[in-house]
Design a protein around this ligand. Structure first.
Ligand code: AMP
Length: 196
């Protein structure tokens, strides 16, 4: 599992982990944006919530994750990116995994400071603009402040939740991307996570 504030690089690191470990990426943000783009009933419901930087209700994301975990493509394992984001989601995840005889190997927390976060998000928006890609509406700095606020109140308590059960691995998320990647992999090797 990758834990960390918006802009910490969870998506980027998740992509690298799935390539190395040949496992699936389960990202609620990706699933929700796809639903919003497709204009499904769910998509229409969540679009405005995402745009203002708030969290989508727990039951919605728990349902998405439960469905995704049951797909045969994830049977070899998966990286959770952007889920859970509340303690209720974490408890629901524990139940989902227990019922299926699965367990979390590690919770990687990408540690960031707030100024660095704002900087990184602005860089990401500028890069997307210059690449001609559409900028994520919720990467607007004012929305980002709301997302960081929500992170502190609703998601940060997960550090304690996973720390208490010995799963938490804090990693400095302010290092260059390759350094963060290599530090994550070193930490996972210590846990004997195999790449095959
Ligand atoms: P992300 O791509 O992970 O930054 O997610 C983008 C947005 O989707 C978030 O700001 C939330 O509005 C929504 N979202 C993604 N994952 C969750 C989650 N686990 N719980 C609630 N809302 C979520």
């Amino acid at each position: 599992m990758l834990l960390g504030p918006p802009g910490a690089g969870k998506g980027t690191q998740a992509e690298r982990l799935i390539a190395q470990y040949k496992i699936a990426q389960l990202s609620t943000g990706v699933m929700l944006r796809a639903a919003a783009m497709a204009g499904t009933v769910l998509g229409r419901k969540v679009k405005a919530i995402i745009a203002r930087g708030d969290l989508v209700p727990d039951d919605v994301v728990i349902g998405l994750i439960a469905e995704a975990i049951d797909l045969s493509t994830v049977k070899t394992g998966f990286v959770l990116d952007g889920f859970p984001r509340t303690v209720s989601q974490a408890i629901a995840l524990d139940n989902l995994l227990n019922n299926r005889g699965l367990a979390i190997d590690a919770v990687i927390e990408l540690k960031m400071d707030e100024a660095a976060l704002l900087n990184r998000i602005e860089t990401r928006a500028a890069k997307n603009r210059s690449d001609g890609q559409s900028v994520r509406e919720d990467d607007d700095p004012s929305i980002l402040i709301q997302r960081i606020k929500n992170y502190k109140v609703q998601t940060a308590p997960l550090s304690d939740y996973y720390g208490k059960v010995g799963l938490l691995i804090p990693i400095d998320g302010m290092q260059p991307i390759d350094v963060v990647e290599s530090n994550i992999k070193k930490a996972l090797q210590k846990l004997h996570c195999s790449t095959t």
